[in-house]
Design a protein around this ligand. Sequence first.
Ligand code: HXC
Length: 257
Amino acid sequence: MGFVKYEPQGAVAVITIDREKALNALNSEVLEDLDKVIDGVDLDTIRCLIITGAGQKSFVAGADIGEMSSLTQAEGEAFGKKGNDIFRKIETLPIPVIAAVNGFALGGGCELSMSCDIRLASENATFGQPEVGLGITAGFGGTQRLARLIPTGKAKEMLYACTNIKAADALSWGLVNAVYPADELMPAALKLAGKIANNAPIAVRNTKKAINDGLEMGMDDAIAFEAKQFGGCFESADQKEGMAAFLEKRKHEPFQN
Ligand code: HXC
């Protein structure tokens, strides 16, 4: 796909937003390529995805400002919906998605990272929502996901004042799980993805569903929903093998499904 690379390596696949000369900014074409790549992920084989940006400087520097500059209200809304639909597709993919944030994650870039399950960052990463400085609101989910991921007051400061934050602050606020020197970011992302991919796939998927769907529910409904995901793992080959291996004091065979 022109602006989005897809590299499967065993049970893990790396998706790279590859428009380096514009710091991987998301124009319509990039978004469409990303959508097609996501639709093409072989969910029978791939157990964890990593999304990153091409080059050393930027994850994604936002939606393409040149393209947005002449949009009408209706076109602006449609552009927002286009990105939102794709990011929601990423968020609700059955398998976990890790954002390897290798530099600027601004506007739509910060929003893309937040549609992933887990964010790892390089030391030079910068997160921000500069939209109100451009005369628009965040439009790919930033007002919603940022306010859910970090303290509300911090999110509001980033969104109202266009305060960018460095990786160390993102770490202390829980926006990212860990920070690495630039050259250690992808190895760390691949290691984490590999750990996830080695666990029982149905159990990992049901865990993602229980967390994400459960967070939208009241506690009684959420724990009932968890019970369904829990029950859904039983009688699977992996449940039988995982428990038998423990009881027989041996390492489990590779999980199959
Ligand atoms: C289009 C972009 C871009 C963007 C960078 N570029 N960000 N083009 N849209 N979002 C282009 C520049 O125009 C330039 O192209 C090239 O990438 C290199 O960028 P420079 O600005 O020269 O680099 P530098 O001085 O290092 O500054 C890096 C930067 C800056 C701080 C990241 O580029 C910047 O502020 N970018 C915009 C960030 C932003 O505001 N993002 C939010 C967008 S709104 P040329 O051709 O000159 O070399 C958004 C809304 C989402 O995301 C929701 C929509 C519904």
